[in-house]
Design a protein around this ligand. Structure first.
Ligand code: GLA
Length: 735
């Protein structure tokens, strides 16, 4: 059994981890353990001497040994003598903010809990159990349900929190974390992913010092600047060994993740909704559901932690039917034409793409309203026939006639001042009363907290898809939210606006993806500004970054890979000099990097010369051959591009027979040894044949000594090396 409850002890076991909680004599729920498997009640580790200035609970009589401020707690409420960061802060009618949660009841079920209106993981194939522990305040009828989904095989524990108000007055929530994790020591480092537009998810590993460290977003989107996840790793944890914990939020709006090292050198880590501009009123009889957090632990290093997340996201988070389907290889016209196109130009690109073997043509921004630049027409989702010089349906039909699929770009959440929609519905724009809203890329944001707006958008986009036979949608979101006021909400509800905005986005995504299960949706937010598990629930792939430079992408895709699967990572070959960096990399290198994702092209293919076209034909055939291994195989990071001259990664099939190493050597170093890569995840005692020259290597040699890459002249040289495990090894001599 994954969940065992005995003598007030809750033990949640996965194959390689144990999560334990214990109710003590005062009804407080202690977090006694999360980590490697042990075979006992771990509550003995909570052994505290008297600590001065740690206040003692009233009902411990006059004992000076018991303090909430010292103990490892499962879900600390604020205002009652735990001076560390609270997981939940509320206030009640009389203005008091104390919340004293004690154990009330529990329930175990053989399925996965659901969270209404929010993206969350699901049962899928395999076994999962849910534990619900209900806590209740000692004075008021405030109930907190702590939910745990235990995925045994996957080594995953999901968490969520529901706050129920059974009092007769409104309850105000000021802060709610989805998961809080108290650990008994502090020998950890925090790994997190920061960045900016066109340079998302830069990995940073930093020490945990006294005080609190936090990352988060106050932008109403999970953001380019910080991804909603963090990893705690032992100082000696590497890719291949050592303890690592992951905490990933299934949410796409403002968030907060905190790590605090306390006076006893213990650690508290928590992740949940952002607190800035957040206050939620739960009316009597109502409840509030916080988003889900996905926790995972391994003793086998960061690579294993990533593979646990990849597998889990593919099998239990992405709900699209496309998740295991071979994704179409696409051509997107954005970097080929930007706003400057007509139907003829698009058909020219599509025809060349078809000749080269591409499956899907994607028409990006600029096809609707009066849009010739980014200053108008968002909201007017009618085709600009004057610009296309043909109806959209005609363009789609002509592309379908080439036996290609047709995809289109939309940006549902936005509105331009220069649009009919703005003229008709100025009240649908997020803006504070009596103030002008801030423009970003000239555009304003629609009030997604308003159900009328969601209904309108559903109709508009359902019509677009149905009328034109659209096969793929790129759903973009090109600015952060800055005007925190929804005209559709009352003044007291304004603190709910950012979360209600996200609920509206999820509602629309849910409606459209459910209504059109055969349409492939790709998410985008100015590249990877909302690349998170929340959006991946609806969209099986996400445009990773607006930076298509192969060199920069090595770092972006490296950071992205810590939590997110390769099959969800949108990656394209674009033109050189690269439009974002000015860098020139070979077509070969650009393809090597773009193949570590859902592959496509984003350049004017008709401008390629014949040799380049032949190379593209070969690349497409090559990707098709490897697609299953890349999208369904196990992913290994083989180097750290931040400290090494090579960025290398590999894919290994589940049966360890097929191996693909992809690598970029950043610079040629004269008179130096050849660049070198050590493989992982192979059959130790197996023998592998290198495809290029037939040479045999033992699995253990490849994983201990590795292989050399060429030391060619040039910068950013991309390589692919394939190995196949062979059956018989008797004939092999050690020479
Ligand atoms: C964003 C996207 C790009 C492109 C443009 C269009 O920046 O990330 O891929 O679609 O918008 O305006």
């Amino acid at each position: 059994m994954a969940i065992e409850v005995k003598d007030h002890l809750f033990s949640l076991s996965t194959n390689n981890s144990l999560y334990q909680m214990k109710i003590d004599e005062y009804g407080v729920l202690n977090h006694t353990w999360y980590g490697a498997k042990t075979s006992m009640d771990m509550s003995y580790i909570e052994d505290y001497p008297e600590i001065s200035f740690s206040a003692n609970l009233w009902d411990t009589e006059r004992s000076r040994l018991y303090s909430l401020n010292d103990r490892l707690l499962e879900y600390p409420g604020g205002g009652i003598s735990d001076f560390r960061l609270p997981a939940l802060s509320v206030s009640v009618r009389d203005g008091s903010c104390a919340l004293d949660l004690r154990y009330h009841s529990y329930e175990v079920t053989d399925n996965k809990y659901e969270l209404s209106g929010l993206p969350a993981s699901f049962e899928g194939k395999g076994k999962v159990q849910t534990l619900k522990i209900t806590m209740k305040d000692t004075v008021y009828d405030i109930y907190v349900d702590l939910l745990y989904g235990v995925f045994e095989e996957e080594n995953i524990i999901t968490r969520a929190v529901i706050i129920r108000n059974l009092t007769f007055f409104p309850l105000r929530i000021h802060k709610v974390m989805s998961a809080c994790l108290d650990l008994p020591d502090n020998e950890y480092e925090v790994i997190h992913f920061h960045g900016r537009h066109a340079m998302e998810r830069m990995m940073e590993r930093t020490s945990v010092d006294h005080g609190a460290f936090s990352i988060g977003s106050r932008r109403g989107q999970s953001s380019h600047q910080h991804n909603p996840g963090l990893i705690l790793a032992r100082k000696n944890t590497t890719e291949v060994s050592g303890d690592a914990y992951g905490m990933l939020l299934v949410y796409s709006g403002s968030f907060l993740a905190e790590v605090e090292k306390d006076q006893l050198d213990q650690l508290r880590a928590a992740i949940g909704l952002g607190t800035e501009h957040f206050e939620w009123t739960v009316l009597p009889g109502e409840k509030f559901t916080a988003p889900e957090a996905i926790l995972s632990f391994t003793e086998a290093g960061l690579g294993q932690l990533s593979r646990q997340y990849h597998e889990f996201i593919r099998e239990h988070v992405i709900r699209s039917e496309f998740v295991h389907k071979k994704r179409p290889i696409l051509i997107n016209n954005w970097e080929a034409t930007y706003f400057d196109f007509d139907g003829k130009k698009l058909l020219e690109i599509a025809e060349t793409a078809h000749d080269l073997g591409i499956d899907l043509f994607v028409l990006d921004d600029g096809w609707f309203g009066n849009r010739h630049d980014d200053d108008s027409s968002l909201g007017d989702w009618m085709v600009n026939e004057e610009k296309l010089r043909m109806p959209l349906k005609q363009l789609v039909d002509r592309i379908h006639a080439m036996d290609m699929q047709f995809g289109i770009w939309i940006e549902p959440e936005m509105i331009s001042e220069k649009s009919n929609l703005h003229h008709e519905h100025p009240e649908w724009v997020l803006r504070s009363p009596n103030r002008y809203p801030a423009r970003s890329r000239y555009q304003l944001v629609l009030d997604m907290a308003n159900p009328e707006v969601i209904d309108h958008l559903e109709n508009v986009f359902a019509h677009l898809i149905e009328e034109n036979g659209i096969d793929y949608i790129k759903w973009d979101m090109n600015r952060s939210i800055s005007d925190f006021y929804s005209p559709s909400l009352s003044p007291v509800q304004q603190g709910e606006m950012l979360h209600r905005y996200m609920l509206g986005v999820y509602d629309l995504a849910d409606r459209l993806t459910s209504r059109f299960p055969d349409v492939l949706f790709e998410g985008c937010a100015g590249g990877g500004g909302r690349f998170d598990a929340g959006m991946l629930h609806y969209f099986p792939q996400y445009w990773c970054s607006d930076d298509t430079d192969a060199h920069n992408r090595c770092f972006i895709q490296y950071g992205t890979s810590f939590f997110y699967p390769i099959s969800a990572t949108g990656s394209h070959v674009s033109a050189v000099p690269n439009h974002q960096s000015g860098r020139v990399t070979s077509l070969r290198t650009r393809a090597v990097v773009a193949m570590a994702g859902t592959f496509g092209y984003e350049l004017d293919l008709s401008a390629l010369d014949e040799k380049e076209k032949e190379e593209v034909i070969r690349q497409i055939a090559d990707y098709r051959r490897k697609q299953e291994l890349i999208c369904e195989g196990d992913y290994y990071r083989l180097t750290d591009p931040n400290t090494q001259n090579v960025c290398a990664w590999s894919f290994v099939s589940k049966d360890k027979r097929k191996v693909l190493v992809q690598a970029v050597v950043f610079e040629h170093r004269p008179n130096a040894k050849k660049p070198h890569v050590v493989l992982q995840g192979l059959e130790e005692n197996g023998w592998y044949r290198r495809k290029a020259d037939g040479k045999l290597f033992s699995g253990n040699a490849l994983m201990k000594a590795g292989i050399f890459l060429p030391n060619e002249l040039g910068t950013d040289m991309g390589y692919q090396i394939e190995f196949e495990r062979i059956e018989k090894k008797e004939s092999i001599t050690m020479n």
